[in-house]
Design a binder for this molecule. Sequence first.
Ligand code: TRP
Length: 352
Amino acid sequence: MSKIILTGDRPTGKLHIGHYVGSLRRRVELQNAGGFDKIYIMIADAQALTDNADNPEKIRQSILNVMLDYLAAGLAPEKVTIFIQSGVPQLAELAFYYMNLVSVSRVQRNPTVKTEIKMRNFEESIPLGFFCYPVSQAADITLFHGTVVPAGEDQKPMIELTNEIVRRFNSIYGEVFEETSILLPENAVCMRLPGTDGKAKMSKSLGNCIYLSDSAEEVEKKVKSMYTDPLHLRLQDPGHLEGNAVFTYLDAFCRPEHFAAYLPEYANLDELKDHYTRGGLGDMKCKMFLLKIMQEFLTPIRERRAMWEQRLPEVQDILRRGTEEAYRVGEATMEQVRHAMRIDYFNGGLSL
Ligand code: TRP
């Protein structure tokens, strides 16, 4: 069986360092390790529209930004296929048939859908398209015969639903699809990086994100004003790590070699944490250390972004070619599906 990755992002703004540790970094590693037959990265504009139907311009403006973030993070156009969801209408076609294989109550029980509905304050007026997005996501994965989906823990219920649909489809119409598995980030803190203000989620409206496209000065300002421990008032006071955004970021980004390079008085993060909780270690010292680590990985990203910004027609071309390829693959799968579902009426002729 082929090993095929499919994953993607909703284009609702620029990507931030939470996207980087949660998924982009992993995608680049997987791309470079070369253990996969095919890697598809989808810009999920149709899914983004399920809760932004009245704001298409926001989605449109995010497309190139997300593309630039991808290329800046190190995704290589010759190794991965990047495409736009709405450019592959076969996805909508497949999702339409999948809807017959899932009950309303099954989607209602999906914990991710439940939290997202609460988060968006839809109350009683949930857009039907939004409600159905887990089903459409099953189509995203399977249309490309995806077998591995690198994603965060929150996407687990989506993968379970996908596999239920695959089993149901195959048992009714014959073997067409394969089951898929989720590939979680190795480091638990990478699953959901808090905002710079310590709030659970980075969000544009809260203004607590560090974007991959932020300038060195913006990153410095944001790191220096990060939320730490409100009880850590004097240097000698014991500090707390729980909920301390600086230490959560260090958990996500810091490696032992960073100590050798930037803070040689400590051998590793455990020693730094020990000192902090004992008392006698200031917040600013930890922030400056974090800042150096962040600039180390953000600088090449920033440089690659600047380089691609000079070549926007080429960036659009990469996306157009990727979408054309995805369309061809999607159509080939749909031919199999229409045949399996006995709806390929003009292929072989109809008879009474
Ligand atoms: N739900 C994902 C997000 O919000 C985007 C997405 C759409 C996706 N279809 C997918 C991810 C299929 C993995 C597989 O970012």
